[in-house]
Design a protein around this ligand. Structure first.
Ligand code: NAG
Ligand code: NAG
Ligand code: NAG
Ligand code: NAG
Ligand code: NAG
Ligand code: ZN
Length: 429
């Protein structure tokens, strides 16, 4: 009499235990992370448009902040590399989109340069993940086409901006679902490009923001279709914002003030400029430029500490920073992304509101329907390491700061016996 009853109870308990462990398994044993960058997505773009149901859903079900504090210089390459290394630009060495380095094989770096020696020595999030035995796929990211510490992501592609955004999404979701990847990164070159053409308030730019909402919707829906939506932690952010400019009328022509007797080379120009002076002419060059309106000039050694933009050989002897909306040109005909007359640009001081990017996150680790204090883009790397439960390489970020996003705060003291340096700084803004 008693036996069938005991078996029934045992079976029932077993079923209940199995059900509960199945339910909690994705959160505890196999956390997944997707990091999305929509280039040039200014922090306040969503407030300028009406039709963004997918971002609205992310905000409702996830966590956001007024903006994320990005690094100087607010250019695409440096800012993207900061997100995946947790390092200030002076520490990861990708200090501009165009660079000069006497110690590399080829001295000049342009956005198409993938030579490994520009990227060595700085662990990225995909390297950290793969070192820990996890699988990482990167559908375009600054640095992903080069070997960093001897490895590339398990999946990667040479950059090709023409690949339809939908294809990028579909491939990423396949990696995460069919191939069970732990970490996925994906990059979209909009709304940046349209922002340069039409300016941050331009009709076309705001239309592009709505299109990017549709791309986000596709990602969310495909994750839902593959039963991953509630197990993946998704972070959607960007490298920088966008300021209104006019390259025809707000142009500083350096030829009006200096000539080749002072300047050996102009390596980067536009919203900021990096100059190599002729031998022994650095101070003279600074003196010639110090009264020029709508920009600031400084010797490398005088760059403000708040930029964390000084301590690297690729930061050149003379730095020029244009005032918001102004463009510096060595010869009066500077073009941005081959756009003859551009109405938007970035690269300016990272303290400007217009330079600040968006940040939204959703997933089992994140708070729901919450607006928290701003964190820094250097915090993204230690945050993702925490989400994946792996050890971060030395970095300038702070998990303590990023913890404000999390439902369950990390235990800083024990932390599974890991020794951690407290790298957080008192916040500045
Ligand atoms: C996910 O799919 C379920 C049905 O399987 C549906 O009820 C739900 O609304 C979907 N969620 C999203 C965000 O698409
Ligand atoms: C360029 O340098 C030459 C020689 O020193 C000088 O005569 C000329 O005035 C300079 N031009 C400008 C724009 O400073
Ligand atoms: C100005 O410099 C650019 C390269 O930065 C060059 O392509 C262009 O032809 C130059 N224009 C003039 C007027 O010298
Ligand atoms: C940033 O982190 C790197 C690597 O740990 C370190 O060398 C550098 O000193 C840090 N920078 C600051 C400003 O703390
Ligand atoms: C880390 O340093 C920051 C700033 O000095 C401080 O506010 C914070 O309490 C520290 N965190 C820990 C865990 O010691
Ligand atoms: Zn960018």
């Amino acid at each position: 009499m008693a036996r069938p009853f005991i078996i029934t109870i045992t079976t029932l308990l077993l079923v209940m235990w199995m059900a509960s462990s199945v339910k909690s398994a994705p959160m505890s044993s196999k956390p997944k992370v997707i990091l999305v960058s929509m280039d040039g997505f200014r922090h306040d773009y969503l407030s300028k448009v009406n039709n963004t149901p997918n971002f609205d859903m992310m905000l409702r079900e996830g966590v956001t902040m007024p903006w994320i504090r990005n690094t100087f210089t607010t250019l695409t390459f440096p800012c993207h590399f900061t997100m995946v290394t947790g390092l200030y630009e002076e520490s990861h060495g990708i200090v501009a989109n165009n660079m000069y380095d006497s110690k590399t094989d080829r001295n000049r770096f342009r956005m198409s340069t993938t030579d490994d020696d520009w990227w060595t020595g700085h662990e990225t999030i995909w390297t950290s993940a793969q070192k820990a035995g996890l699988k990482a796929g990167v559908y375009f990211w600054v640095g992903s086409a080069s070997k960093i510490q001897g490895t590339r992501p398990e999946r990667w592609f040479p950059y090709d901006g023409r690949v339809p955004f939908e294809d990028r999404v579909d491939t990423l979701v396949k990696w995460m679902s069919e191939d069970d990847f732990d970490l996925g990164l994906i990059y979209f070159n909009e709304p940046d490009h349209t922002g340069h053409v039409s300016g941050p308030e331009g009709h076309a730019t705001l239309k592009e923001v709505e299109r990017m909402d549709g791309i986000l919707g596709r990602l969310l829906q495909k994750l839902n279709d593959t039963n991953l939506l509630d197990t993946v932690n998704i972070i959607v952010t960007s490298d920088h914002g966008m300021a209104a400019t006019d390259s025809d009328t707000k142009l500083i022509d350096l030829r009006d003030y200096v000539n080749e007797t002072l300047v050996a080379n102009v390596i980067q120009q536009g919203s900021m400029a990096s100059l190599i002076p002729q031998e022994g002419k650095a101070q003279e060059l600074v003196d010639a430029l110090k009264d020029v309106e709508h920009m600031t000039v400084m010797l490398k050694e005088d760059i403000s500490e708040r930029y964390h933009y000084k301590d690297h050989r690729r930061i050149l002897p003379v730095l020029l920073i244009a005032d918001e909306g102004w463009t510096i040109s060595e010869n009066g005909t500077y073009r941005r992304l081959n756009i003859p007359r551009f109405l938007g640009d970035h690269g300016y001081d990272n303290i400007l509101s217009s330079m600040r990017p968006i940040f939204v996150a959703r997933g089992p680790a994140f708070k729901q329907n919450a607006v928290v204090e701003s964190i820094d883009t250097v915090d993204i790397y230690p945050l993702i390491c925490h989400l994946l439960n792996i050890d971060p390489a030395p970095n300038n970020g702070s998990l303590e700061r990023a913890a404000t996003l999390l439902r369950v705060p990390p235990k800083f003291k024990e932390n599974l016996g890991r020794v951690k340096k407290n790298t957080s700084e008192p916040s500045k803004h």
